[in-house]
Design a protein around this ligand. Structure first.
Ligand code: ATP
Length: 234
């Protein structure tokens, strides 16, 4: 089976700083995978390389068998990325934002699919609202909607619940779970061990650019409790 994500000896340096240090990782289709790690561990750098936004210093990375460098367009079509930061264009409505996003992928306008996404993310009533008028939670849901317009089989969410209240966190968790049940491979980065525990089957712990643990969520929590605690406190 072609892995959803395959990374081999991936490295990224910013001058003397080693942000990613020879990372090897294979994520299979259908997995619900967590990338855990403290600030500066290299999680966002890894995602940026997969999304084609940052060039690796060395090594290879592919999405559904397509190399992110040589086969960038094909790899990108198969990847939905929900970034950590709430970047949006304040001049457009919610619906227009999704139509524009479809255009980035060279897709024909698909109003039925956009309506479906809006419905699932509870944004139907806001379809014609200007993006700048949305609450923080709604903007976050719009970010997820944007990542879904091209129906990617693999979805990466970079700290999707950072700074959101408990209710929104629960509803985002439920939504992300549904995506996984529908067959999407999910990769989630988070600082919260509880989040990874609630959602994910397998986890990699990244620290200073290296994978220091790679296991099932169950094993990580039960057999390496002390180790996990050390990570938790760092
Ligand atoms: P956080 O959880 O805080 O988002 P992270 O695990 O996503 O952290 P990265 O953002 O990937 O970590 O950063 C890894 C390291 O690379 C950090 O030391 C960071 O300061 C550094 N870094 C990231 N981007 C750049 C850049 N454009 N120029 C220089 N250094 C960078």
């Amino acid at each position: 089976m072609t892995p959803a994500i395959e990374i081999q000896r991936l490295g990224k340096c910013y001058g003397a700083l080693v942000a990613l240090d020879n990372v090897d990782l294979v994520i299979q289709p259908g997995e619900f995978f967590a990338l855990l790690g403290p600030n500066g561990a290299g999680k966002t750098t890894l995602i940026s390389i997969l999304a084609g936004l940052t060039r690796a210093s060395h090594g290879t990375a592919s999405v559904m068998g397509y190399d992110v460098l040589s086969g960038y367009r094909e790899a990108r079509k198969r990847l939905g990325v929900v970034p950590q930061e709430l970047v949006y264009d304040p001049f457009f409505t919610v619906r227009e934002t999704l139509v524009i996003q479809s255009g980035y992928f060279g897709l024909k306008r698909n109003d039925v699919w956009i309506d479906e996404i809006l419905h699932h993310l509870d944004l139907t009533e806001k379809a014609h609202a200007n993006v700048r008028a949305l609450s923080g939670g709604m903007k976050r849901r719009l970010l997820i909607a944007q990542a879904l317009v091209h129906k990617p089989p693999v979805i990466i969410l970079d700290e999707p619940t950072a700074g959101v209240d408990v209710d929104l966190r629960q509803s985002l968790w439920q939504f992300i779970r549904q995506l996984n049940l529908q067959g999407h491979t999910i990769v989630l980065t988070t600082h919260y061990l509880e989040e990874a525990e609630a959602l994910c089957n397998r986890v990699a712990v990244l620290k200073q650019g290296k994978i220091i643990a790679l296991d099932s969520m169950h094993n990580l929590v039960h057999s390496t409790r002390g180790y996990t605690l050390e990570f938790r406190l760092s």
